[in-house]
Structure formats: C-alpha cells, structure tokens
Design a protein. Structure first.
Ligand SMILES: Nc1ncnc2c1ncn2[C@@H]1O[C@H](COP(=O)(O)OP(=O)(O)OP(=O)(O)O)[C@@H](O)[C@H]1O
Ligand SMILES: [Mg+2]
Length: 239
C-alpha cells in the first residue's frame, strides 16, 4: 500500500507544488513508484511543473464520474519511469467529494509506494478534500511572517486529522537574512509551529527557469528522510 502524503500550506505561492513535484521526482529516482496527485482543482499545475501537460487524456474527475478507470488517469513521466501524475486539469464546477477521490487513490494505492498529494492553499473545501485522502502531511511555509501565521493555523487544523506524521518544509530560506537576524531560522520556525523540521530549502534562482531539479541535494535529502521515517520511528520505539 502506498503512503499518502498531502503537501499543504496556509498561504498560497509558498512552494507546495514545487515541493510535491521535486519530492516525487527524487523518490522516483530512488526507485520508488510514485504518483503526484494534483488536488488543487482551482489552480492545478502539477502537469505543467512536471512538463507533461500535453500527455494526459483523463483527469481525476473522469475517474470519479466513471468515464475511465483510475489507472487510465495516470500519466507516466517520460524521463522518470516510476513517476506518474494524476492531474485535475479538466475539473469542472461540479462538486467532487473527498470520499470519491479517496476511493480512486485507494484503488491505485496497492501498486505504488507513495502518493504525493498537492493541495490548494488555505483551509477551504479543497484543503479538506486533499487532507482527507492522506495519512501523512508536509506543511510548507516560507520564513515570511504572513506565511508563518497561516501555517500556524493549518498546523492546528492538521492535528484534528490525526495523521501518522506531520513534518515541516521551510522553503526559500536565505542564509544572509538568517545570519543578520532579519528572519527566523528554519529550526526556530519549526519550534514556533511545533512541527518537526523535514527540510530547509534555500532560495534558488534555478527554480525560476525549471521547477524540477533532479540534482538538488536538498530534495534528495528530503526524499531520503521521508523514505526512512517509518524505520527511524521503529528504531526509536525499540530503543
Ligand atoms: N526554493 C525556491 N527558490 C526560488 N523560487 C521558488 C522556490 N520554491 C518555489 N519557487 C517559486 O515560487 C513560485 C510558487 O511556487 P509553487 O507554485 O510551488 O507554490 P504553491 O504553494 O504551489 O502555489 P499555489 O498556492 O498557487 O498552489 C514558483 O514560481 C516557483 O518556481
Ligand atoms: Mg500549487
């Protein structure tokens, strides 16, 4: 069964889709079978970020409404053969329930190791739909005060979901600002939000041109950590 991880944030534009896609690419490079599922129905762009927007025939609502089988919604990435995308780029105005999406993901789950769920910003229906499908969460924030305040609200709400694990990714960090004491360090942010720090992702101009970096050391480390989490927890329990 796949581990289902929702990538969420309070504020928009902090890097959820970038984190979802890069984490998925790096897990796939480590031989894992991964789906990136775009549940940001309003502003979906996982297919664009992965550069496969021209390849999909069906999306999640086609499976929900019975026009295709769940497996047919998946687009295999041409460069990473164990990476698949499940887009939501044809979603209409019609309401799609969390249960309906969960059924689709559950039916795909046995053939995969990870389902990474990209969620919309905020705490509206779309966020709850994405959270209801997952067993774990990664909360993304930048060091900006407004993003942190929104992340704090979401961290509170995530508690009510009783996820197996919740971790924090602090994106767009800048050493110069941290050194000058102008922003909190990722460690300090994790302490304030009371969420364990999974990754500190530096501001990187390369993301301006290309949203996925298969060579990123930061994302490689995040993928390694995510993969090992259950084993680390087991070890801790035994000790
Ligand atoms: N570490 C980084 N350094 C520089 N730019 C970044 C970094 N991470 C993300 N970005 C840029 O920030 C912008 C927003 O990222 P992204 O689309 O991943 O955010 P999001 O949280 O998914 O947004 P939305 O809430 O609209 O879904 C993109 O242009 C992306 O390239
Ligand atoms: Mg996004």
């Amino acid at each position: 069964m796949a581990r289902k991880i929702v990538v969420t944030s309070g504020k928009g534009g902090v890097g959820k889709t970038t984190v979802s896609c890069n984490l998925a690419v790096h897990l796939a490079q480590r031989g894992k079978r991964v789906i990136v599922c775009d549940l940001d129905f309003g502003l979906n762009n996982v297919d664009v970020v992965l550069g496969i927007e021209h390849l999909g025939l069906y999306d999640v609502t086609d499976a929900v409404e019975g026009r295709c089988r769940p497996r047919q919604t998946l687009v295999r990435h041409p460069r990473f053969p164990t990476l698949f995308a499940l887009s939501s780029n044809r979603v209409s105005e019609r309401y799609v329930s969390p249960q309906a999406v969960r059924l689709i993901l559950d039916s795909l789950s046995p053939q995969f190791d990870f389902i990474i769920i990209d969620s919309p910003a905020g705490i509206e229906d779309g966020f709850h739909r994405a959270a209801a499908c997952a067993g774990e969460a990664i909360l993304v924030t930048t060091p900006h005060l407004s993003a942190m305040r929104d992340a704090d609200r979401v961290a509170g709400i995530l508690k009510s979901y009783r996820f197996d694990r919740v971790g924090l990714a602090v994106n767009r960090t800048r050493k110069d600002l941290i050194r000058r004491g102008e922003v909190l360090s990722p460690e300090e942010i994790a302490k304030v939000l009371a969420v364990p720090l999974y990754a500190s992702i530096p501001e990187d101009d390369k993301f301006y041109l290309d949203n996925v970096n298969p060579k990123s050391r930061t994302y490689r480390a995040l993928a390694e950590l995510v993969e090992e989490l259950p084993f680390r927890e087991n070890k801790r329990k035994k000790a």
